[in-house]
Design a protein around this ligand. Structure first.
Ligand SMILES: Nc1ncnc2c1ncn2[C@@H]1O[C@H](COP(=O)(O)OP(=O)(O)OP(=O)(O)O)[C@@H](O)[C@H]1O
Ligand SMILES: [Mg+2]
Length: 504
C-alpha cells in the first residue's frame, strides 16, 4: 500500500541476558495514530528505539517510504523524518526551554558564531502558539513540572517537521485537560498526514485517539487490529495472555486509629497556603487535585526536601524538625517521588544497590562491613514480591523498562521499612497487571499498620484506594471527603474551587 510510511519486519534484538525482541513487526501508515501496547518489559520502547536509531537491530528489515534503510543513530532517523519522544524525558535541566528545543542546531546569526537567543526564543514561542501552550521559552527546564517538560519534548519533536512521530507514554504525567490539549495537537498532525506511534498504559485513551492498535507480549508481536473493532477487555487479554480479574473497588475498614502524622499551618509563599491535615495508623489518605495544585509540594515539605516559611509537623504527637530528607527518613517517613529519574533512582547503579539504598545502614556491620548476604537476600525478596523483570540483581537500573524502574523505587522504600510512606503517582507508567499488584501491596501495607499518603491524578485510583481523600486547589486544601462521600463529581468540584470562593 502506498500510504505506508514505515514497515518493520522480523526485528530481533538481544541485550545481555535478555531477548528483548523476537521476530517483531510493525507498520505505520500516513495519517494514522497507531497505538503500541503491552505489559512492562514487553519490548515497546526497544522496538521504537530501533526505529528512532537509538538501538541497532540484530536482525530484520526496516522500510521507510518504500525503501529499505539502515538507521545508524538518531540523526539518521531524523533525516528520514522520524522523531521520538522518550519515556524518560531527555531535557537538560540547567538550560532554558528554548535552548532545549534547539539544542545541537541553534540558528546562528550569520556574522557571529554564538547562538542567537532571540531567534530561538521566537521560534520556540511560535511552536508554543501553535500548540496553544502558555510557557515562557526563557524558563529553565529545572523549574518545570513533569507535565510541562513533556510539552517541551513534544514542541521539540514538532520543530523537526517529522513525518513519523513516536511518543513513548506521553500522557503518563498529564492531567485530563492537558491530555485533551495533546490529543488536539495529535489530531492536527494526523490530518496533515503525519504517522503517530502512541505508546500508553492508559487503555481507555486508546479508544479516543488511536486508529489501529498493535499488541506485544514478552518481546513478541501478537496482533494488529482496528481500534473500532475491539474492546478494552479484548486488548487486555491479548496483552497478558489471560483474562485479568478486576476486583471491585476495595476500601478496607479503618476505624478510629491513632494519629501518626499531623501537619499544622504549613505555609510556603504561594505554593502552600495554611495546610492542615492528619494521617492515621493504617490509613491510606488520598491526595487529589489538578496538576500544580500543590500536592507534590506538600509531600516534599513533609519529607524535608523543601524549606517552609511556617508550620509545625508532629509525629506520634511529638513536634519534629524536618530540615532534610535524612531527618524525615530518621523519623520514619519515606517518599516515592513522582519523578523517578531526578529523585528516586541511581540509574547507573544495579538493581540490588537501588533496592537497599534507603536502608543501607541496616546492612552495615562492625567496622562498616556491608552485609552483602543480607542485601542480596532482601533484594531477591523484593524482586520476587514486586515481580520486577530483570535478568539479574546486577543489572543496571537504567536498562530496565520504565515500569520496572518504577517498581524498583517502590521496593526501595519498602526495604527501608518506614512507618509513613508518601507515594506520589505510584502507578504512573505501570501496566494493568502490575497496577493491581501495587494496589494489593498498598492495601497489605495499610493492614500491617503502615500509614500511606497517596497522591494521584487518576480519580479511579483515588476512589478505589483511599480511606479518606484530601482535595487541593492552588496551594490550598479545599476539602476532605470520607470514602463514602468521595465521588468523581465531589472531588472535581473541590479540585476546581478557586481561591476566594472558599474564603469564609
Ligand atoms: N539498554 C538495555 N540493556 C539491557 N536490557 C534492556 C535495555 N533496554 C531494554 N532492555 C530490556 O528489554 C526488555 C524490553 O524493555 P522495553 O523497555 O522495550 O519494555 P517496554 O515494553 O517499553 O516496557 P514499559 O511499559 O515498562 O516501558 C526488558 O526486559 C528490558 O529490561
Ligand atoms: Mg517503555
Amino acid at each position: 500500500m502506498d500510504d505506508v510510511l514505515v514497515s518493520m519486519e522480523g526485528i530481533d534484538k538481544s541485550f545481555p541476558g535478555v531477548h528483548a525482541l523476537d521476530n517483531c513487526r510493525f507498520e505505520l501508515r500516513a495519517g494514522e495514530v497507531h497505538a503500541l501496547v503491552g505489559e512492562n518489559g514487553a519490548g515497546k520502547s526497544t522496538l521504537m528505539k530501533i526505529l528512532a536509531g537509538v538501538y541497532s537491530k540484530d536482525a530484520g528489515r526496516i522500510v521507510v517510504h518504500g525503501r529499505e534503510v539502515e538507521i545508524h543513530g538518531p540523526r539518521a532517523a531524523q533525516a528520514l523524518g522520524i522523531s521520538m519522544i522518550h519515556q524518560e524525558l531527555n531535557l537538560m535541566p540547567h538550560l532554558t526551554v528554548a535552548q532545549n528545543v534547539f539544542i545541537g542546531r541553534e540558528p546562528r546569526q550569520t556574522a557571529r558564531a554564538f547562538l542567537d537567543e532571540n531567534a530561538i526564543n521566537q521560534a520556540t514561542q511560535q511552536l508554543f502558539d501553535m500548540m496553544r501552550l502558555k510557557l515562557d521559552p526563557r524558563t529553565k527546564v529545572a523549574d518545570l513540572t513533569v507535565a510541562k517538560q513533556q510539552m517541551v519534548e513534544i514542541a521539540k519533536a514538532l520543530s523537526y517537521n517529522s513525518q513519523v512521530l513516536i511518543m513513548d507514554e506521553p500522557t503518563a504525567a498529564l492531567t485530563d485537560a492537558e491530555i485533551e490539549e495533546l490529543f488536539t495537537i495529535i489530531r492536527q498532525l494526523r490530518a496533515k498526514g503525519v504517522g503517530i506511534v502512541h505508546i500508553s498504559h492508559r487503555l481507555e485513551e486508546l479508544k479516543q485517539i488511536s486508529d489501529r492498535i498493535t499488541v506485544m507480549r514478552d518481546g513478541r508481536y501478537i496482533n494488529t487490529v482496528d481500534t473500532a473493532d475491539i474492546s478494552i477487555e479484548q486488548i487486555i487479554s491479548m496483552m497478558v495472555g489471560r483474562t485479568i480479574y478486576e476486583s471491585t473497588p476495595e476500601v478496607p475498614e479503618n476505624g478510629d486509629q491513632e494519629t501518626v502524622l499531623e501537619v499544622r499551618h504549613l505555609q510556603r509563599g504561594d505554593e502552600l497556603k495554611d495546610i492542615n491535615f492528619s494521617l492515621k495508623k493504617g490509613e491510606i489518605l488520598g491526595f487529589a487535585g489538578l496538576m500544580g495544585a500543590g500536592r507534590t509540594e506538600v509531600a516534599r515539605a513533609v519529607f524535608g526536601a523543601d524549606p517552609v516559611d511556617a508550620g509545625e509537623i508532629f509525629i506520634q504527637g511529638k513536634p519534629v524538625q524536618l530540615n532534610s530528607p535524612k531527618d524525615a527518613v530518621r523519623h520514619g517517613i519515606g517518599y516515592l517521588s513522582e519523578d523517578r529519574k531526578r529523585y528516586g533512582l541511581a540509574l547507573g547503579m544495579d538493581v540490588e544497590t537501588n533496592l537497599v539504598l534507603a536502608s543501607f545502614r541496616k546492612f552495615l556491620g562492625w567496622l562498616g562491613w556491608v552485609d552483602s548476604k543480607g542485601t542480596r537476600a532482601t533484594a531477591e525478596h523484593y524482586v520476587e514480591a514486586l515481580a520486577i523483570k530483570t535478568p539479574s540483581l546486577q543489572q543496571r537500573v537504567k536498562n530496565l523498562s520504565g515500569g520496572n524502574q518504577q517498581k524498583v523505587v517502590i521496593g526501595k522504600w519498602l526495604t527501608a521499612n518506614t512507618d509513613i510512606l508518601i507515594f506520589d503517582e505510584p502507578t504512573r507508567g505501570i501496566d494493568v497487571g502490575a497496577k493491581s499488584e501495587i494496589y494489593r501491596l498498598l492495601n497489605d501495607l495499610a493492614r500491617q499498620g503502615k500509614s500511606i499518603i497517596m497522591i494521584s491524578s487518576e480519580l479511579p485510583e483515588i476512589l478505589r484506594m483511599s480511606h479518606r481523600v484530601i482535595v487541593m486547589c492552588e496551594g490550598r486544601i479545599t476539602g476532605e471527603l470520607s470514602a463514602a462521600e468521595a465521588t468523581q463529581e465531589a472531588i472535581m468540584t473541590l479540585a476546581t474551587q478557586r481561591t476566594g470562593m472558599v474564603e469564609a
